[in-house]
Design a protein around this ligand. Structure first.
Ligand SMILES: Cc1cc2nc3c(=O)[nH]c(=O)nc-3n(C[C@H](O)[C@H](O)[C@H](O)COP(=O)(O)OP(=O)(O)OC[C@H]3O[C@@H](n4cnc5c(N)ncnc54)[C@H](O)[C@@H]3O)c2cc1C
Length: 536
């Protein structure tokens, strides 16, 4: 009991320190500008006490104002961003709170209607991963998995009311749509339901790493590194909950669901080379045949900027985006093998932790994370100063989408993305910067880059994508460079620079070969007709 009280006090103190001096505090949500409630855990709630999850990982979005008496209802974890069973702090917290209150716990997933325009490529990957997750979560943990379709601000409150839940746990996403849904859910649920948000995506919880918009990797690196001893720790073993849910979750016809969604999003077909799910993700990280840390890490130091060597990169972004692997797990394992190739491991950790979490910081604290308004003043000014500069080429969105430009290198990168759903990281910078050069102004350039990135990248619709486009086109997290036409002081990239770095013709030929081989395979397998509709 003393231990329990102690952790409860720690939880209170940690939250208290963020809201400076009051037991319940209204803060302005930087995205929606509407009030967010972040509260101290109340001793009166049976569901606000000790947890194995570090208190700093948890934000209390809503605290019960009317405890439901001696018999609290179950705990529900609304899973959105962290779609995995292993190494998931939100799931750990949900089970922990359920066990403490001796109540059952369920996982609920809401399938949006093509969230942010997702196509078959993204929906297929996600649903196939969820199908595996449902099986493992029910088989290994005996936690029921409920799938809803429709408006999440209606489905989740209704489910909570139907099962008489006391606590909703959810994972963290800085995307504005999700933040708005969470606010609506907090308003819609009954007064006897608390809502906890757990940052299960970042190694250092976003609000702990920094309480403000960071200027660059340089300003956030030290803050993150200082907190790694506290947060980059092993995960506790997740045990099945003590109390079982008293009914089975309704049957989910995954095959039909997948088929329906593939049909709806058929314009951008699935990819073949990247197997979805937690097991596949672990294999990409540490598999004995071709795992990144087991077999490929060494090349990361020397070859990661060579688009002809995509295997030098980890290939983890699809899994990280859908939460099918935890970044913390990747970082823990990378640290274990660091002594074998320290330079490569450090470079990987810089991208995985510092750059990735900087992207979340930007989207969390900058309401205009995907528009010119979100750029720093110097960048907006220089872009507007050069908005009317004469462009050598201006292409329409359609021409760009179809890779119909006069630059074979750019076309190859566009086709790599369209056909394979993952453009090489180095090419993404060149690709976005050329869009700035070839459209009528920076706003159009940014909108086009985000549109294409979100539509075709398997890892798109992600803070990394918004920040990648903002970095390339609007200089976010970068500095001013020598002023030139169109770009102003935004960092410039050109073909000559690429030729100095890698074999440009080799990359163009490589993309062509890959597309040819895929087409041939697909033609042999007549069941797939969609690929022929993609830009050639
Ligand atoms: C214009 C543009 C658009 C981009 N769009 C996306 C996107 O939609 N989704 C996405 O996940 N990344 C995006 N990135 C960032 C980066 O290019 C990809 O994360 C990386 O290429 C993914 O491949 P990987 O996992 O094999 O990379 P690795 O080099 O192996 O990196 C490992 C992980 O570190 C993180 N990471 C790597 N580079 C960056 C970076 N520059 N910024 C933030 N995190 C990084 C990613 O989570 C990545 O999975 C974009 C970058 C640019 C310039």
């Amino acid at each position: 009991m003393r231990g329990a009280a102690l952790v409860s006090v720690c939880l209170s103190l940690s939250l208290h320190s963020r809201v400076s001096g009051s037991s319940s505090n209204k803060q302005s949500d930087p995205l929606t500008q509407s009030p967010t409630f972040i509260m101290k855990a109340s001793q009166s709630s049976p569901l606000a006490g000790p947890t194995t999850v570090q208190p700093g990982r948890i934000r209390i979005l809503k605290q019960v104002s009317k405890p439901s008496g001696q018999n609290p209802g179950p705990v529900v974890y609304w899973m959105f961003r962290d779609q995995r069973l292993r190494d998931n702090w939100a799931l750990i917290h949900a089970v922990d709170q359920a066990n403490k209150a001796n109540v059952p716990v369920a996982v609920a997933f809401n399938l949006f209607d093509r969230f942010k325009g997702a196509g078959a490529r993204q929906l297929g990957f996600m649903l196939r991963g969820l199908k595996q997750l449902q099986r493992s979560i029910e088989d290994f943990l005996h936690i029921p998995f409920f799938l809803f379709q429709g408006e999440v601000q209606e489905t989740i409150p209704k489910f909570l009311a139907d099962c008489g839940a006391s606590l909703l746990v959810t994972d963290f996403s800085p995307l504005r749509e999700i933040r708005k849904y969470k606010e609506e859910i907090c308003q819609a649920v009954s007064e006897s339901v608390s809502v906890h948000e757990v940052d299960a995506h970042n190694v250092v919880p976003i609000w702990e790493a920094s309480n403000k918009l960071e200027y660059s990797a340089k300003t956030v690196r030290g803050k993150i590194n200082r907190l790694l001893p506290e947060y980059l720790i092993e995960f506790p073993k997740l045990q099945p909950p003590k109390r079982r849910w008293d009914s089975l979750a309704p049957f989910i016809d995954w095959d039909k669901l997948i088929e329906d969604n593939l049909r709806k999003g058929g314009e951008v077909p699935e990819i073949e080379w990247c197997e979805p799910g937690e097991t596949a993700a672990e294999d990409v990280l540490m598999g004995s045949r071709n795992g990144f840390l087991t077999k490929r890490l060494r090349n990361y130091a020397t070859e990661r900027n060579n688009p002809l060597k995509p295997e030098a990169l980890s290939g983890l972004s699809p899994y990280l985006h859908f939460g099918q692997i935890s970044a913390q797990r990747c970082a823990l394992e990378a640290r274990k093998v660091r002594k074998l190739c320290p330079e490569a491991a450090d470079a990987f950790l810089e991208e995985l932790v510092v750059r990735r979490e900087l992207a979340d910081n930007f989207c969390h604290y900058q309401p205009h994370y995907d528009s010119l308004q979100g750029a720093w003043e110097w960048a907006r000014k220089t872009l507007m100063d050069h908005a009317l500069d004469k462009r050598e080429h201006i292409y329409t969105r359609e021409q760009l989408e179809k890779a119909h430009t006069a630059d074979p290198l750019w076309n190859a990168s566009q086709l790599e993305m369209v056909h394979f759903g993952k453009m090489h990281g180095f090419m993404r910078m060149y690709w976005a910067k050329k869009i700035l050069e070839w459209t009528s102004g920076p706003e159009e350039a940014l909108a086009t880059a985000i549109y294409l990135n979100d539509k075709y990248e398997i890892d798109g619709r992600d803070p990394n994508g918004y920040v990648g486009c903002m970095w390339s086109i609007c200089g976010v997290h970068d500095q001013g460079w020598k002023e030139r036409q169109v770009f102003g002081k935004i960092r410039y990239m050109n073909l000559a620079g690429c030729k100095r770095k890698f074999n440009v013709d080799g990359y163009i030929a490589y993309v062509k070969r890959r597309i040819g081989a895929t087409k041939k395979r697909k033609a042999e397998n007549s069941s797939s007709k969609k690929e022929a509709e993609l830009p050639e």
